[in-house]
Design a protein. Structure first.
Length: 314
C-alpha cells in the first residue's frame, strides 16, 4: 500500500466542501496520507496577542474558503456513493505553539458569554507552548494540561449542488470538534459522492467536551497521518459519523437544538448496537441507558453536537 505526502499550501487549502472541488490527491483504499495543516484561522504564523495582525493565507475566496482551513480534498478510488469511508488516525504531531480565544460580547455565542460573565471583558488570547515530547501544553496564564491532539474538522463532501460551509458539522463530518478523534481512532463516514473527497484541518492540541470558548488549543499540525479504507454499507450500515476508539464505539449527531442532537446520537447508538450485537431495539436501549455516556461534543458552532460513548459495545 502506498504512502503519500500532502502539505498545506494555497492550492491544497480550502474552507468549504463541494462535490465539484477537484481533488488535489487521489489514493487507493489501504493507502496512508501524511498531511500538514495550518491553524483554523488560516494563519501562516501563530498570533502574539489579541490585536496584532499576523500573516495569513491570502487571497481567500468568500465561498470556497468559508470555514476553517482544511488540507485536501483527497479522492479515494473505488469509493462510490453508498459505501463507508474508514479513516484511521495513526499519528498526530502538533506544532509547538497554540492559542485559545476568549471572546467578549460578540463571539462565538453572545448569550453564552453573557451567562458566563464574560460579555463585558475585551476579547483576549491565551497563548500555549506545546511540549511534543512531554505531551503537555502550558499557557501564558499558568494553565498546564495534557496534550490530546485531534482534528477539529475532518469530513467528506455531500451530494449537494452548492458549497457547504466548513464551519458546520453534518452527517458526512466537518467541523465536529469531537475530542474522541485521537491517535488510534477510526472515523467512519457515509459516502455521498464518488471518491468521498476527504479533507482535514483545524488542529486542536487539547479541548474539553463542549468547547465553551468557541476554540480549543488551536494549532497547526506538523503531521497528521491518515490510513484510508473503504467498507460496504451492508457491513456497517451507518447514517452519520461513527468512531471506533480503544474499546469504545462513539456515535455523533448534530442539530441547531442540542436536545435533538443528543436524541439523534442516542438513536444512532441503539441502531449500531442492533447491528453489531444482533439485539432488539428495546435491549439496545436498555444497554445504552445503563452503560452509555451521552456527552456534549460542542455547543458553540450554531449547529451543535452530541455524542454517545459506549464501552465494549462489540
Amino acid at each position: 500500500m502506498a504512502v503519500h505526502e500532502l502539505n498545506a499550501r494555497r492550492e491544497t487549502l480550502h474552507g468549504a466542501f463541494s462535490p465539484d472541488l477537484p481533488p488535489v490527491l487521489t489514493v487507493d483504499a489501504g493507502d496512508t496520507v501524511h498531511l500538514s495543516t495550518i491553524d483554523v484561522a488560516w494563519g501562516l504564523e501563530p498570533p502574539t496577542d489579541a490585536v496584532t495582525p499576523r500573516r495569513k493565507i491570502e487571497p481567500r475566496d468568500p465561498v470556497r474558503d468559508d470555514g476553517p482551513a482544511m488540507t485536501g480534498p483527497i479522492a479515494v478510488r473505488n469509493c462510490p456513493p453508498g459505501s463507508v469511508l474508514a479513516i484511521r488516525i495513526e499519528e498526530i504531531v502538533p506544532a509547538k505553539i497554540g492559542f485559545t480565544w476568549v471572546a467578549g460580547s460578540e463571539w462565538p455565542d453572545p448569550s453564552l458569554n453573557e451567562f458566563l460573565g464574560l460579555a463585558d471583558d475585551p476579547m483576549s488570547l491565551a497563548l500555549w507552548k506545546i511540549d511534543q515530547e512531554g505531551r503537555t501544553a502550558t499557557s501564558d496564564r499558568g494553565h498546564r494540561v495534557p496534550l490530546r491532539p485531534f482534528p477539529g474538522t475532518i469530513g467528506i463532501a455531500q451530494a449537494m449542488w452548492d458549497w457547504q460551509s466548513g464551519w458546520h458539522p453534518r452527517r458526512t463530518g466537518g467541523n465536529m470538534d469531537c475530542r474522541e478523534l485521537v491517535e488510534g481512532a477510526t472515523l467512519y463516514l457515509p459516502v455521498e459522492v464518488d471518491g468521498a473527497l476527504l479533507s482535514a484541518g483545524d488542529g486542536h492540541a487539547a479541548q474539553g467536551d463542549g468547547e465553551i470558548c468557541g476554540t480549543a488549543i488551536e494549532c497547526a499540525f506538523e503531521r497528521i497521518s491518515l490510513h484510508i479504507d473503504v467498507r460496504a454499507h451492508d457491513d456497517l450500515p451507518i447514517d452519520g459519523p461513527v468512531i471506533r476508539v480503544a474499546d469504545s464505539w462513539v456515535t455523533l449527531a448534530f442539530d441547531r437544538d442540542l436536545r435533538q442532537a443528543a436524541r439523534c446520537a442516542v438513536k444512532a447508538m441503539i441502531e449500531l448496537l442492533m447491528v453489531l450485537r444482533g439485539v432488539s431495539r428495546a435491549d439496545a436501549a436498555v444497554w445504552v441507558s445503563v452503560q452509555g455516556d451521552v456527552r456534549i461534543t460542542q455547543m458553540v458552532n450554531g449547529v451543535v453536537g452530541a455524542h454517545v460513548v459506549m464501552v465494549d459495545a462489540g
